[in-house]
Design a protein around this ligand. Structure first.
Ligand SMILES: [Mg+2]
Ligand SMILES: [Zn+2]
Length: 266
């Protein structure tokens, strides 16, 4: 069994779009969204947009059906099922919401592979309205995080800190993400962990601005195929190191930034 906790961002890491933008655009509400965006935080705006759509007569079923059409990153389904088969503990840390993520993952038969989803609450309230609330209650307290790249409603670094504290010391984290909000996570990874940023996306740019701030080994990916081969290669490598724990020269296998072998044993 691999001693790996693989933590996935959701938007543009599991699905190949931003679920909030996808829904707003597909439902023809882009104009209203753009009009309101300067007036309120993104997370509060999504709650407002759900209300507006439902007041216009859109049903929760229509919203769910729209989400089910969101495209997955190619190869992500096999990356998830193969990593799970190798014994990885798979989790999600996302600034989307539980309703969107569960609807999409369930539709593709992938929900059961994840042990934990850390995201903004998305649920149907007593009035039958779909609501989206913040992960952190950001109105009643000081900012959760000083980092400019963290939105007020969710600091993913905080989530990573909690996960690290709950793990036994030998477990390694592999973190996959694309966005600005994933930068705080990457700063919170340890030397034995791996950061898998999506190449040429915001988190990649932030990491490249000063790679010395990241303790984890960095392995970028450009498409789903590279995501899958890298994730499985790293998982195999961790298993190999566990089996050969006494030979420290094995750390050569996981030096950062180096090219990975092309063929990956499955
Ligand atoms: Mg993302
Ligand atoms: Zn943060």
């Amino acid at each position: 069994m691999a001693g790996v906790v693989a933590i996935f961002d959701f938007d543009k890491t599991i699905i190949d779009c931003d679920s909030d933008n996808w829904l707003v655009d597909e439902m023809g509400a882009t104009e209203l969204f753009d009009l309101l965006l300067p007036t309120m935080p993104w997370n509060s705006l999504m709650d407002r947009m759900m209300r507006e759509l439902q007041l216009q007569g859109r049903t929760i079923e229509e919203i769910a059906d729209c989400l089910k059409r969101a495209p997955l990153i190619p190869n992500i389904a096999s990356a998830i099922t193969n990593a799970h088969a190798l014994g990885c503990d798979l989790r999600i840390v996302s600034d989307a919401n539980t309703f969107f993520i569960q609807t999409i993952l369930k539709h593709h038969g992938l929900l059961e592979y994840f042990s934990e989803i850390n995201t903004n609450p998305g649920f149907v309230d007593e009035q039958g309205m779909l609501r989206i609330l913040p992960y952190h209650d950001f109105k009643s307290c000081l900012p959760v995080c000083d980092l400019e790249s963290c939105p007020p409603n969710m600091c993913k670094g905080r989530v990573i800190e909690r996960i690290k504290a709950s793990l036994d010391g030998n477990k390694r984290i592999i973190y996959l993400g694309d966005g600005k909000g994933d930068y705080c996570s990457s700063l919170n990874l340890r030397e034995q962990d791996f950061m898998m940023p999506r190449k040429n996306y915001p988190v990649w740019d932030l990491i490249c601005s000063d790679p010395s701030l990241i303790k984890a080994k960095i392995h970028a990916w450009s498409d789903g195929e590279e995501l899958e081969s890298t994730l499985l290669h790293l998982t195999h490598t961790v298993s190999y190191l566990e089996d050969n724990i006494h030979d420290e020269s094995n750390d050569l296998f996981i030096s950062g930034f180096g090219p990975l072998p092309i063929s990956v044993p499955h």
